[in-house]
Design a protein around this ligand. Structure first.
Ligand code: UT7
Length: 326
């Protein structure tokens, strides 16, 4: 039987940050409101000429090094992002070229904040049917360039960054034990950015700047997010054949500290098992889970044999979860 195992992780965040006190100068907000309502303190900001593919490359090189493989061994690349460099070619193709490899399939996967869970699920399937042996998932987001810095309800949330994982076929009983992914497109309007698509066309004077910015009905998203992350987590744990007590760590999507607390409480899992990096990085969409994983691996917290539950929720709406034996 073939399993898909995470053999290397890497992440990258730009040096520049926006602090809560910076935000106090831009919109009508306070450090106290942001801290208590979101758990965020800083978010990273990419340079004007630092593109999504550049950040994806930095994280990927770190993951490749950690995995101890050569880039040439990669036979598939998923880039998860809502901020591709271009409509096409895909950011995955740009990344493949920057890595100096050819032949591996390369495609962008857009499932908003759930992108990493979706990509992991598909990588697992491709490995299990024997089509691929080594897949790179690079999650990279440049959200600060799509953020409306006049909207205090959203501009406090988003940051830039990238994180990558290498997933490889193994015959050992490790890796992705269970995974699920779901969507409900009827909620699309509650969290969207219309700019990169065929409806809004800049060259025909149809697109306004505001069409290129993230819009979110935060409170409504909040409620559905908690419910769906709990459902997806419960299913992933049941499908893995484990129980809550067997889960060593939980990596929830980092959208809001209060969402994380609610998910842990309603899932009935010890809240101390949650790995949280929201304070430093804010909401980086599909980057939050793989970056928290990379940090925990590098800190020596998450080790071989640990059972890690991952769960995400995002625009679409999309959601999903996975249980991974490291
Ligand atoms: O990653 C993809 C999925 N995304 C999410 O899951 C995000 C989910 N949503 C959230 O994280 C939260 O809903 C927010 C952080 C966006 C907002 O927190 P909230 O507790 O839901 O606040 P709210 O939208 O219900 O607003 C409560 C009050 C309002 O004032 P009034 O109408 O009660 O006077 C807002 O205008 O808080 C006000 N408010 C702010 N006040 C100070 C909203 N943003 C701010 C702010 N500073 N930055």
């Amino acid at each position: 039987m073939i399993f898909s195992r995470i053999i290397g992780t890497g992440s990258y965040f730009p040096e520049k940050v926006i602090t809560n006190s910076d935000l106090e100068k831009i919109v009508d907000t306070t450090d106290e409101w942001i801290t208590t309502r979101t758990g965020m303190h800083t978010r990273h900001v990419s340079e004007r000429d630092e593109m999504t593919s550049d950040m994806a490359l930095k994280a990927s090189l770190r993951a490749i090094e950690a995995a101890g493989i050569k880039a040439e061994e990669i036979d598939g690349i998923f880039v998860t992002t809502v901020t591709p460099d271009y409509a096409f070619p895909s950011t995955a193709c740009l990344l493949q070229s920057k890595l100096g490899i050819v032949g591996a399939f390369a495609m962008d996967l857009e499932a908003a904040c759930t992108g990493y869970i979706y990509a992991q699920n598909l990588a697992n399937a491709l490995i299990k049917i024997g089509q691929c042996k080594t897949i790179l998932i690079a999650s990279a987001e440049r959200l600060t360039k799509m953020t409306d810095y006049t909207d205090r309800g959203t501009c406090i949330l988003f940051g830039d960054g990238a994180a990558a994982t290498i997933i490889q076929a193994t015959e050992e009983p490790y890796g992705i034990l269970s995974t699920n992914m779901s969507a409900d497109g009827s909620f699309g309007e509650l969290l969207h950015m219309k700019g990169i698509g065929s409806v809004m066309l800049a060259n025909r004077d149809v697109m306004k700047v505001e069409d290129n910015l993230i819009k979110m009905a935060g409170n409504e998203v909040f409620k559905v997010a908690v419910r769906m992350m709990v459902d997806a987590s419960t299913k992933a744990i049941a499908d893995s054949g484990l129980t809550n007590a067997d889960i060593d760590f939980v990596i929830p999507h980092q959208a809001n500290m209060r969402i994380i607390e609610a998910v842990m409480k309603r899932s009935g899992i010890d809240p101390d098992k949650a790995l949280i990096n929201i304070r430093k990085h804010g909401n980086t969409s599909s980057v939050t889970i793989p970056s928290a994983l990379d940090e925990a691996v590098r800190e020596g917290k998450v080790k071989r044999g640990h059972n890690v539950l991952m769960t995400a929720f995002g625009g679409g709406f999309t959601w999903g979860a996975a249980v991974v034996k490291m």
